[in-house]
Write a protein that binds this ligand. Structure first.
Ligand code: NCD
Length: 335
C-alpha cells in the first residue's frame, strides 16, 4: 500500500509555500521569481535524497504519462528526463523524430493533436525552431516542458546550472559568473541570464563580437535585468576575478559562414584553458552544458581537471528534472 510519506520525498513537503501561483508549463525562466527558483532548488535537494536511496523509486507520478518529443538530437537531456520520470514512476514514452521529416508548424500541430489523443500529462519537447514549445503549450491540455528550442531557451539546463553553482558557491548572490563562447546561438546562455539575474549574480557575457547577441540584449524585455549583466569581447576582463566560469559549446551546426575565422583562431582567442583560468578566483568552478568540443572552447586539461563540475552538472540534471516534473504535478493539483 502506498502511504503519503512514500509519495513525497520527505523534505519536499516543507518547501511548498502556498503563495506561489500554480505553474502549468516550464517554457523559460523569464517568468520565474527568485522564490520559485528557490522552491525548485529545495525540491531538487529532496529529489537528490531519493536518488541516493538504495531503491531509487517513488510512486509520485504513478499513472501519469510523460512524453519526450525530440526533434533535435540529444543524449544527456533526453536520458535525464527519462530517468527522472521513471524514478517518479511515470510511464515515459520517447518519441524521436528525425528533423529531416519535420515540416515546422503544421507537422508540430499534427503531432500535438495525436499526443492530445493519447492524453499525455507532460510533454517534454526539444525543437530547432524558437517558440515551438510555446506553440505546443497553446494547443494542448497537458503540461509542456521546454527541453531546448532553437537559440531561445533551455530552462531545465539553467536550473541545473543554478543548482550546481549553489552547491559550489553556497550563494549565487553577488557572484561574478562569466559566460564565455557562442552566446549568439546559445539557449543555455539566454535561460541562464534570466535565472542568474533573478538570483542576484553579476553576469559577464563574453565572446567574439560576431557571436554576441547585441540585438537581443537591447530587447525591452530584458531591460529590467540589465543592471546585473555586462558584455565584453575581452576574455581576460571576463575571467578576471570570476567566481565561476560557464563555457558554451561552439555550435558548429548553427554557424553561418564567416562568424569565426577558424576553429583554431577561435580556440586561440577564447578557449578556457589552464593559463586563462588563473585569472579567475582560485577554485572557481568551470561548467559546460555538453556536448563539449574539447580543444576548441575548452581544453581537455580544464574539462577533466579539478575545477571542472561538468560531471556534477550531469548528475544534478536528473534531480532537477525530477523536481520540475514533481512541481508541475503538484502545481496542477494532481498529486
Ligand atoms: C545544450 C543544448 O542542447 O542546448 N546541451 C544540452 O542540453 N546538454 C547545449 C549545446 O548543445 O551546446
Amino acid at each position: 500500500m502506498t502511504t503519503r510519506s512514500d509519495v513525497r520525498p520527505a523534505s519536499a513537503t516543507e518547501v511548498l509555500p502556498s503563495s506561489l501561483p500554480p505553474r502549468r508549463h516550464v517554457l523559460d525562466l523569464d517568468d520565474y521569481s527568485i522564490e520559485e527558483i528557490e522552491l525548485v532548488m529545495q525540491t531538487t535537494d529532496a529529489m537528490g535524497e531519493v536518488l541516493r536511496r538504495s531503491i531509487r523509486k517513488v510512486p509520485t507520478l504513478q499513472g501519469k504519462t510523460v512524453v519526450t518529443l525530440f526533434y533535435e538530437p540529444s543524449t544527456r537531456t533526453r536520458v535525464s528526463f527519462e530517468q527522472a520520470g521513471k524514478v517518479l514512476s511515470a510511464d515515459v514514452i520517447n518519441l524521436s523524430i528525425a528533423s529531416s521529416s519535420v515540416e515546422k508548424g503544421e507537422s508540430l500541430l499534427n503531432t500535438a493533436r495525436t499526443l492530445e489523443a493519447t492524453q499525455a500529462d507532460v510533454i517534454i519537447i526539444r525543437h530547432g525552431a524558437s517558440g515551438a514549445p510555446n506553440f505546443l503549450a497553446r494547443c494542448i491540455e497537458g503540461s509542456v516542458i521546454n527541453a531546448g528550442d532553437g537559440a531561445h531557451a533551455h530552462p531545465t539546463q539553467a536550473l541545473l546550472d543554478l543548482y550546481t553553482l549553489r552547491q559550489r558557491l553556497g550563494s549565487i548572490e553577488g557572484a561574478k559568473v562569466a559566460i564565455v563562447g557562442d552566446v549568439l546561438h546559445s539557449r543555455v546562455a539566454r535561460s541562464n541570464l534570466w535565472g542568474l539575474a533573478a538570483a542576484g549574480a553579476q553576469v559577464v557575457l563574453c565572446g567574439p563580437p560576431t557571436l554576441l547577441p547585441m540585438d537581443w540584449l537591447r530587447d525591452q524585455h530584458l531591460q529590467g535585468r540589465l543592471a546585473s549583466i555586462s558584455v565584453t569581447t575581452s576574455i581576460n576582463d571576463a575571467l578576471d576575478g570570476a567566481d565561476a566560469v560557464m563555457t558554451l559549446r561552439l555550435q558548429k551546426e548553427r554557424q553561418q559562414d564567416g562568424l569565426i575565422p577558424s576553429l583554431r583562431e577561435y580556440a586561440r582567442s577564447y578557449q578556457i584553458n589552464a593559463d586563462r583560468l588563473k585569472l579567475a578566483k582560485t577554485g572557481a568552478p568551470v561548467m559546460h552544458p555538453g556536448p563539449m568540443n574539447e580543444g576548441v572552447e575548452i581544453s581537455s586539461e580544464v574539462a577533466h581537471g579539478a575545477a571542472s563540475v561538468i560531471e556534477a552538472q550531469v548528475a544534478n540534471g536528473v534531480a532537477v528534472r525530477m523536481a520540475v516534473l514533481y512541481l508541475l504535478a503538484t502545481g496542477r493539483g494532481e498529486e
